[in-house]
Structures are given as structure tokens and as C-alpha cells.
Design a protein around this ligand. Structure first.
Ligand SMILES: Nc1ncnc2c1ncn2[C@@H]1O[C@H](COP(=O)(O)OP(=O)(O)OP(=O)(O)O)[C@@H](O)[C@H]1O
Ligand SMILES: [Mg+2]
Length: 297
């Protein structure tokens, strides 16, 4: 079979979902979605509660597997990746409920970033060399809480605990960071600070960052690309600078809570013809509205 240029896999995607569907019982949490995210890109994932943001991030990070379709991380099929070491070297996760061990000292939680590299025995023994300890302290200094290293983690505020989760990612040092509503529990000033920190850390090291956010005011300032998810479908995929109030009002519109019953977004995220953004919506009662896409990877 002759391979043409168009058949060649496109290089340089940190993440690639191809025809991915993920269901939970009767619920389609993400419906036949195809999307590529380039190395170094900063992507905001927006959408109402239950829209599929966590499912999307968990699929990108190999936390869950698709029912249908394929997931590639840094060009490797998810099924071929070793769950501990190899996956941890590629993807770090800041979870919606940051999964720190509350009764342990902060430093312990930070060094858990090494779990993927260490293997179970060493992790259980927690044999931390002086060099590794320094790495942990440096990470805590980078996120501004080096004085908390020996503090019991549960004594820290929500924002500080979120910084511990970010320090752990620094120690883990993966190629991409996935953050699921990293600022959900923070006041606006601390939320802005934390998003800035995440974005800076990603930019300093050329890491890809994909973050789900309810705080949409940060999108235009800090991100390159915005993906809107609703009822498991991609509603838009556009440069972050193009996110506007009308788009957001539409995305979060309560009256449209379940309008995807018979709709497909096959090929979503690949961009419309020529990468153009589909602009005007047709009048009510005609063809269903088309999602807006503009490929930015
Ligand atoms: N483990 C699960 N078991 C059953 N249903 C699930 C599970 N995880 C997600 N779902 C369902 O899949 C859909 C998408 O959920 P998901 O958690 O991805 O949404 P979300 O956009 O992250 O919402 P939120 O903003 O509230 O965090 C929802 O209808 C949810 O109820
Ligand atoms: Mg979620």
C-alpha cells in the first residue's frame, strides 16, 4: 500500500484522542471525540458541571480508558505505556480533590512525585537521599511554601495544599500537566496567583498544560486554546483570545442542559474545513447548531 503524506501521523502531539467515547452506565461522559494537543500548548477546558471535563482529562492522562477509540500520549498508544514509571514520566495530575495524604508532613506528599520512578518498595520505605530532599525543598520554594515542609499537610489552607500538589508535580517532572479545576476552592486573588504559577511552571519547562476551569476570566490571559465541553460533546475549540461572553453564556446555558440526545460530533477538534470557525448559528427549528472549531495545535 502506498503511503501518501496525508496518511502520515502528524508529529509533535502531546495528546491525541481518536474517535474516543467513554460511558458510565447509561451516561455518555464523552462522545466520539477526536482531538490533538500540541507539545507546550496551554489549553483551558470549560463547561458546565457534568459536561465531561474530568472524564476528558482522565482520558488524556490515562487514568481511565476509552470504551471506543484510541488515546496516544506523546505519540505512544496508552495501552503500550507502563502504568507507573512510564506514564508518570509523561503526565502529572493535579486532581479536582487534590489527593494529598492529610496526616503526613508536606515534604512526604511532595516526594510522592517520585512514586513513578521509585517503585513500591522504595516508596514504602521512603528512603529520601539528601539530593532528593533538596529537590523537594526547591519545589516547595518554587511554589512559595518552603517553610511548610515539616507541617502536617491537613494544617495547610486549601490554597497551600494546592501548592503542595504543584510542588509534587515539579518533583515528578512529567512532560505534561493536567489540572482538574485547580482553583475551585480558592478566593479570586489566590486563584489568579495559582493559575499564574501553573502557567509559569509549564512555560519555563515547555510543558503542555491542560486545565479545566470554572473561573473563565483566566482563560484569555493565561491560555492559548479553549475547549468547551457540554454533555460529553465539544461545543467549541478555539484560540483562547476568541472566548467571549456570548460563547460562555451559551456553553453554560441551563435551558440547554440535555440537547445532545441524537447529535454526533464525530471528528470534533480536527477543525472545520480550512480551520475556519463556523460563525452564525442557523435559526431555531432548522438544522442543529454546529460547534465552532478552529484548530490551534
Ligand atoms: N465514576 C462515575 N460513575 C458514574 N458516572 C460518572 C462517573 N464519572 C463521571 N460520571 C458522569 O459522567 C458525566 C461527566 O462527568 P465529569 O465528571 O466528566 O463532568 P465534569 O465536567 O468534570 O463536571 P464537574 O464540573 O461537576 O466536575 C456526568 O454525567 C457524570 O455524572
Ligand atoms: Mg469535574
Amino acid at each position: 500500500m502506498t503511503m501518501t503524506l496525508g496518511d502520515r501521523p502528524q508529529p509533535d502531539a502531546m495528546f491525541a484522542l481518536d474517535g474516543v467515547t467513554r460511558t458510565y452506565g447509561e451516561t455518555v461522559a464523552l462522545a466520539h471525540t477526536s482531538i490533538r494537543i500540541a507539545h507546550g500548548q496551554r489549553v483551558a477546558v470549560l463547561g458546565p458541571s457534568g459536561g465531561g471535563k474530568t472524564t476528558f482529562l482522565h482520558l488524556l492522562g490515562g487514568v481511565i480508558r476509552p470504551d471506543v477509540g484510541t488515546v496516544e500520549i506523546d505519540g505512544k498508544d496508552l495501552d503500550s505505556l507502563e502504568p507507573g514509571r512510564e506514564l508518570a514520566s509523561l503526565v502529572g495530575f493535579v486532581h479536582q480533590q487534590f489527593d494529598l495524604v492529610p496526616h503526613l508532613p508536606v515534604m512526604h506528599n511532595v516526594m510522592a512525585g517520585k512514586l513513578g520512578q521509585w517503585g513500591l518498595l522504595r516508596s514504602m520505605l521512603s528512603l529520601v537521599s539528601a539530593r532528593e530532599r533538596n529537590q523537594g525543598l526547591e519545589a516547595l520554594a518554587r511554589v512559595g511554601i518552603e517553610d511548610k515542609a515539616q507541617e502536617r499537610t491537613s494544617n495547610l489552607s486549601g490554597g497551600e495544599q494546592q501548592r503542595v500538589a504543584i510542588a509534587r508535580i515539579l518533583v515528578q517532572s512529567p512532560r505534561a500537566v493536567l489540572a482538574d479545576e485547580p482553583v475551585a476552592s480558592l478566593d479570586p486573588a489566590r486563584a489568579a496567583d495559582l493559575i499564574q504559577l501553573l502557567v509559569e511552571i509549564a512555560a519555563e519547562t515547555g510543558r503542555t498544560l491542560v486545565a479545566s476551569l470554572h473561573a473563565t476570566e483566566f482563560v484569555r490571559t493565561y491560555f492559548d486554546r479553549a475547549i468547551g465541553l457540554r454533555t460529553g460533546h465539544i461545543e467549541f475549540d478555539i484560540p483562547a483570545g476568541e472566548v467571549d461572553d456570548e460563547l460562555l453564556t451559551d456553553l453554560y446555558d441551563l435551558s440547554k442542559a440535555d440537547d445532545h440526545g441524537s447529535r454526533s460530533n464525530g471528528g470534533a477538534g480536527q477543525g472545520g474545513p480550512g480551520g475556519a470557525r463556523t460563525a452564525d448559528r442557523p435559526p431555531a427549528g432548522s438544522v442543529p447548531p454546529q460547534p465552532r472549531f478552529r484548530t490551534v495545535d
